[in-house]
Design a protein around this ligand. Structure first.
Ligand code: TYD
Length: 135
């Protein structure tokens, strides 16, 4: 169904190492209003477990790895993130879960808007209802 949309970022390498950059409305397909990081994640936790009504995000594992599950109410798809050159574009109205964080995982998320709890749908049954209502 194509829920997983990967953005491959160009990495510039020379004898000193690598550099990767993220630019709003260029390789990030929206205005970036907020950046946050998830790190020092405890063993076996599952994070996310919500959808956003409007917010779009790009998630990038700067170090380590984690597994994303995306769910549109009809299909579930999985994607492992393990590279600073790979971004997962998470559109609005998608249920997301993050599993299997490595101890060293630093997950950076670029978001199209400021933090707003009213934009969250944190109940899976409520999320499914928004889908059958045609939203
Ligand atoms: P939450 O979105 O529930 O985390 P997860 O990534 O696991 O879904 O956020 C955890 C807490 O942090 C919650 O109290 C809301 C708060 N928070 C902010 O204050 N600013 C932010 O940018 C984000 C993403 C969360």
């Amino acid at each position: 169904m194509g829920l997983v949309k990967i953005i491959n970022f160009n990495s510039i390498g020379d004898e000193r190492g690598q550099l990767v950059s993220f630019e709003e409305n260029k390789n990030i397909p929206f205005d970036v209003k907020r950046v946050y990081c998830i790190y020092a994640t405890k063993k076996n936790v599952v994070r996310g477990l919500h959808a956003h009504k409007v917010l779009k995000q790009v998630a990038i594992a700067l170090t380590g790895s984690c597994k994303f599950v995306l769910d549109d109410g009809y299909n579930r798809e999985e994607q492992i993130l393990n590279s600073p050159t790979q971004g997962l574009l998470i559109d609005s109205c998608l249920w997301r879960e993050m599993h299997n964080f490595s101890d060293d995982c630093v997950l950076m998320v670029l978001a199209s808007d400021y933090y707003d709890e009213n934009d969250y749908v944190r109940d899976y049954q409520e999320f499914l209802k928004t889908k059958t209502n045609g939203n």
